[in-house]
Design a protein around this ligand. Structure first.
Ligand code: NAP
Length: 253
């Protein structure tokens, strides 16, 4: 089924966690959603949830840091779902270590997925946005952009996402395209569970400590980020651009 009036979104890293929640939320908002992740078969649960709720979704396997793979993925999305005019650059990894122990591979891996990945996917999608004179770009930053011990690679990448966002807003604004970043605080996903494991604490204790330091006294959930993404991609948010929204249960600078 195709619907000429239905917006088409691409959400990277949407097999699980925040990306899966965003994909499902955008589908319930009425968009068709390309569920993109490294492993196409891992996208099955997200796609099934969207389809079970009556939406349209397509599983796409691609590494966002691979130029040819991204170009082919976006061409397939345009062919099978329709021209994509919403992109959510959510795919991410952590390779934490203190500077003196951080390898060049760990630096490069994080830069490649977050920054090169967002650059490649946005570049591939922008031509459809410009053609339609309408588009929405949402980039996942983090409170780590403000600095976080043991994450020199990740915090640099997440600060980079903010600069990328502001420049995209400047360049693409004249074509009806907005670009904004969401900077989440602690969100309960496999990424934070893996951090707890690396630090040798239980995920429950880790979350309890994070909640105690958060003004609203709880950790974030993927749905908190999906709700913000839903607002930013909405038709009514066309005058909100170049912003970084901290979704962290309290204020951040
Ligand atoms: P997650 O549970 O680890 O999910 C990330 C997804 O991205 C995974 O499905 C992963 O696939 C996929 N991915 C990794 N590398 C990729 C690549 N090269 N190409 C395509 N997909 C790739 O992470 P999350 O917690 O949902 O985080 C989502 C985003 O929010 C990330 O950008 C993260 O940095 C950001 N964020 C998270 C938090 C938090 O507290 N959780 C806070 C601030 C910001 P594989 O499983 O195959 O690796």
């Amino acid at each position: 089924m195709t619907d000429g009036n239905q917006r088409v979104a691409v959400v990277s890293g949407a097999a699980r966690g925040i990306g899966a929640a965003i994909a499902k939320r955008l589908a319930s908002d009425g968009l068709a959603v390309a569920v993109l992740d490294l492993d196409e078969s891992a996208c099955g649960d997200t796609v099934a949830a969207v389809r079970d709720a009556g939406g349209r979704a397509l599983a796409i396997g691609a590494d966002v840091s691979d130029e040819a793979g991204v170009e082919a993925a976006v061409a397939r999305i345009a062919d099978e779902l329709g021209a994509p005019t919403v992109v959510v650059n959510n795919a991410g990894i952590t390779r934490d270590n203190l500077l003196f122990k951080m390898s060049v591979d760990d630096w490069d891996a994080v830069m490649n997925v977050h920054l090169r990945g967002a650059f490649l996917l946005t570049r591939a999608v922008q031509k459809y946005m410009v053609e339609q004179k309408w588009g929405r770009i949402v980039n996942l930053s983090s409170i780590s952009a403000l600095g976080n011990r043991g994450q020199v690679n990740y915090s640099a990448a997440k600060a980079g996402m903010q600069g990328l966002t502001k420049t995209l807003a400047l360049e693409l604004g004249p074509f009806g395209v907005t670009a904004n970043a969401i900077a989440p605080g602690f969100i309960a996903t496999e990424m934070t569970a893996a951090t707890a494991e690396r630090l040798g604490v239980s995920f429950e204790d880790f979350m309890e400590a994070a909640a105690a330091e958060t003004p609203v006294r709880r950790v974030g959930l993927p749905a908190d980020i999906a709700h913000t993404a839903s607002f930013l991609i909405s038709e009514g948010a066309g005058f909100v651009s170049g912003q970084v929204i901290y979704v962290a249960g309290g204020p951040k600078d």
